[in-house]
Design a protein around this ligand. Structure first.
Ligand code: IVH
Length: 686
């Protein structure tokens, strides 16, 4: 076992060093920064589990190797370290807690500086009596490459400092290429038949290490100063003050560096950045959060690799690469068999992803995804991540081909391909798994809105044969529910109440909940508006349905067939006998305030714009306490967007997607009646 771990650690180190060289030395990385970070984290985890294998030359303990370079090597006066990465606000909160614990100061008393993390090349500049004498790359953190001649060509990098400069000052910063300069270089390269650079960072790194300084000058590199190295005759108490002094000395400091009084403000600033990033004329790959007081920085000190007083908050990544461990079959509504990827858990867009959809077996075959493959997963506005494809190069020969099931994994029933040949379906209409999925859909928020009827409860109700049709739900009594696992008196009563209340849902919701193929929320509304009751709907002709503008022929046929089918008719009759209202209930349109949610639990919310009575993090906390999930970007799964003043792109997107937008005032009204929230679980397959 331990020999295996050691082997895994050794291999991981080799892999990391190879990529570090490609990145730092050759400026030709072959994997994304994110994938690099994943390898790195994996190593850190393994080393944490087996600290006996930690060696001083592990990438976790050092910065990067420096190999044969045409530049003169020069030792740094102080080690040039890296920064630890984080990808979520929770990790930022953990960082602040760590800082607070280390120095025994309450988090509320610690101020920070939040700066853009410029995606360029780290540089150390030595100024003697205000004159630039040396520019060193980071190299391995101990020894750097002397690129002074090239650095001297950068216009924004002062060769002489302004005002009264100290005897010695080491300024650290980032050399980068702006978007304009980058595209100019690539245009020139393309027209000269040369390979183009993949991104501005690679172009900047490649340029800084060119031997002909004249070419470097032509490339228009740029520079921002962001931290202090060694210095004499100066006295700084705060990092923020250092940045201001840099400006006075004529050093360019990024205009978006902001002071944050406490952790809450840091979180607010971080949230505000996601949209701002797009507007910059250079690339940033996140933010750097630094403890502001220099005496506290000194007390916190550094590890051999990174300071304890700073952390990088890397922006959400929409893609990640991880190993496909297994594939399971999920039986959906209508018996659809969907292959679901079981993944080696990976961080993606702020969440840990363990499962992803593989759509259907045809797609799996076309993409040739195999168990054991390294796969790219993507989150493109959807809650369920998708598998994009696999890396054939990384195959070892032990991967297994994924084949479509020959029978339903739930009921062993017959499976058939759809007309189009894409989807596999279990055709047994008694299949328990398929019914569970239908019931979940029936009870969903957009349907009968039965809070508390989650996946686990549904599963038990069906398995224990307590519910075999939608209408059986209405015959359930509290005592029946108490037979279920982990069901207390209070929750049972609440669920019974919620089931009872669902009898009065609006007609569109009732139509939606039936799960008629192709009929979503919009079509349900149209059908309800056109026919006003289920009774009328059951008697309509196919022509009448086809006459409705927004209802296409496929949908019309699907509705018609459902209403004529035995299953459809039985469902509806039984629901009607159970007391479910079958007509349109007049909606009160007098108020502009959106319908009050029964509770916020499980609702996806996005906050945008500036708020008057709350800071964003206060409001976020309040909503989270009420069970809402506050997300940073708007997607189809968003329930509410709270828009403060000057809300921008998120508001536009919410309007485009038809998501309920509420003002701060309206939210306050909504929050008032929510004094006593009961426990309630909204579960999902993912
Ligand atoms: S502070 C000891 N501030 O990111 C770390 N670094 O991934 C002190 N970087 O090596 C660095 N923008 O080259 C700092 N505003 C910023 C930065 C920044 C970019 C680079 C820096 C560092 C690398 C770590």
């Amino acid at each position: 076992m331990s020999a295996n771990i050691k082997k895994e650690i050794d291999e991981l180190r080799k892999e990391i060093w190879r990529h570090a060289k490609l990145y730092y030395v050759d400026s030709q990385p072959v994997i994304s920064d994110y994938e690099y970070d994943l390898l790195f984290r994996k190593l850190q985890e393994l080393e944490k589990e087996s600290p006996q294998y930690i060696t001083p030359d592990s990438p976790s303990q050092r910065v990067a190797l420096i190999e044969n370079t045409p530049f003169k090597r020069t030792s740094h006066r102080l080690p040039m370290l890296s920064i630890d990465n984080s990808y979520s606000l929770d990790e930022i909160r953990d960082f602040a807690q760590r800082v607070s614990r280390n120095i025994s100061v309450n988090t509320s008393q610690i101020s920070f500086v939040v700066e853009p993390k410029i995606d360029g090349v780290a540089i150390s500049l030595w100024y003697e009596k205000g004159v630039l004498v040396k520019a060193l790359t980071r190299g391995d953190g101990i020894v750097g490459e002397d690129v002074t001649n090239n650095a001297r060509t950068i216009r924004s990098l002062p060769l002489k400092l302004l005002g009264s400069a100290p005897d010695f000052l080491e300024v650290r910063g980032e050399i980068y290429l702006g978007h304009k300069a980058f595209s100019k270089i690539n245009k020139e390269r393309a027209s000269g038949g040369e390979n183009i650079f993949a991104n501005p960072r690679n172009a900047a790194a490649g340029t800084l290490k060119m031997l002909d300084s004249k070419v470097v000058r032509h490339r228009q590199l740029d520079f921002f100063a962001h931290s202090l190295g060694e210095y004499t005759n100066l006295d700084f108490e705060h990092h923020y003050e250092t940045l201001n002094s840099f400006k006075e000395l004529g050093l360019p400091v990024n205009e978006h560096c902001q002071h944050a009084d406490n952790l809450e403000q840091v979180v607010d600033l971080c949230q505000n950045w996601v949209d701002k990033k797009q507007k910059l004329e250079y690339d940033i790959d996140g933010l750097v959060i630094k403890v502001n007081r220099i005496d506290l920085q000194q007390r916190l000190a550094t590890t051999s690799r990174a300071p304890r007083w700073a952390i990088a908050y890397k922006f959400e990544h929409e893609q990640a690469i991880t190993k496909l461990l297994d594939v399971i079959v999920q039986v959906g509504r209508g018996g659809t068999l969907t292959p679901v990827a079981i993944l080696d858990p990976v961080q993606l867009a702020g969440t840990v992803v363990k499962r992803a959809s593989l759509h259907n077996y045809e797609d799996v075959a076309r993409k040739d995804v195999r168990i054991g493959d390294y796969v790219t997963i993507v989150k493109a506005g959807e809650i369920i991540p998708q598998v994009l494809g696999s890396d054939v190069e990384r195959r070892t020969g032990t991967e297994t081909i994924i084949s479509a099931p020959e029978m339903c994994p739930s009921c062993s029933g017959e499976v058939k391909r759809d007309d189009g040949g894409v989807y596999l379906r279990c055709i047994n209409d008694q299949c328990a798994q398929g019914f569970k999925a239908q019931l979940k859909f029936f009870a969903s928020r957009k349907g009968m809105d039965i809070s508390g009827l989650g996946e686990k409860i549904i599963s038990q109700l069906v398995d224990k044969k307590m519910v075999a049709s939608f209408s059986d739900l209405y015959a359930l009594r509290k005592d029946d529910l108490l037979l279920l696992e982990r069901m207390g008196e209070k929750s049972a009563q609440k669920l019974i109440d919620n089931i009872e209340n669902s009898k009065n849902v609006s007609l569109p919701k009732l139509i939606f909940s039936l799960g008629i193929r192709h009929v979503g929320t919009k079509a349900s509304k149209i059908l309800a508006k056109t026919y006003n009751s289920i009774d009328t709907l059951m008697t309509v002709s196919i022509e009448s349905l086809q006459d409705i503008d927004e209802i296409g022929p496929v949908m019309a046929e699907s509705v018609y067939e459902y209403l004529r089918s035995e299953q459809g008719q039985n469902n509806i009759k039984a629901l009607c006998s159970a007391g479910v209202k079958m007509e349109q209930i007049e909606e009160d349109t007098a108020t502009s305030i959106p319908e009050l949610p029964s509770q916020f639990k499980g609702k996806n919310m996005v906050l945008t714009g500036s708020l008057v009575n709350y800071t964003r993090s206060e409001l976020q906390k309040k909503l989270e306490d009420l069970g809402a999930v506050v997300r940073s970007s708007v997607s189809r799964n968003t329930d509410y967007v709270v828009a403060g003043e000057n809300a921008g792109s998120k508001l536009t997107k919410a309007n485009d997607l038809g998501i309920a937008v509420i003002s701060e005032k309206e939210l306050e009204v909504m929050l008032e009646p929510i004094a006593n929230i009961g426990e309630n679980t909204q579960q999902s397959f993912f």
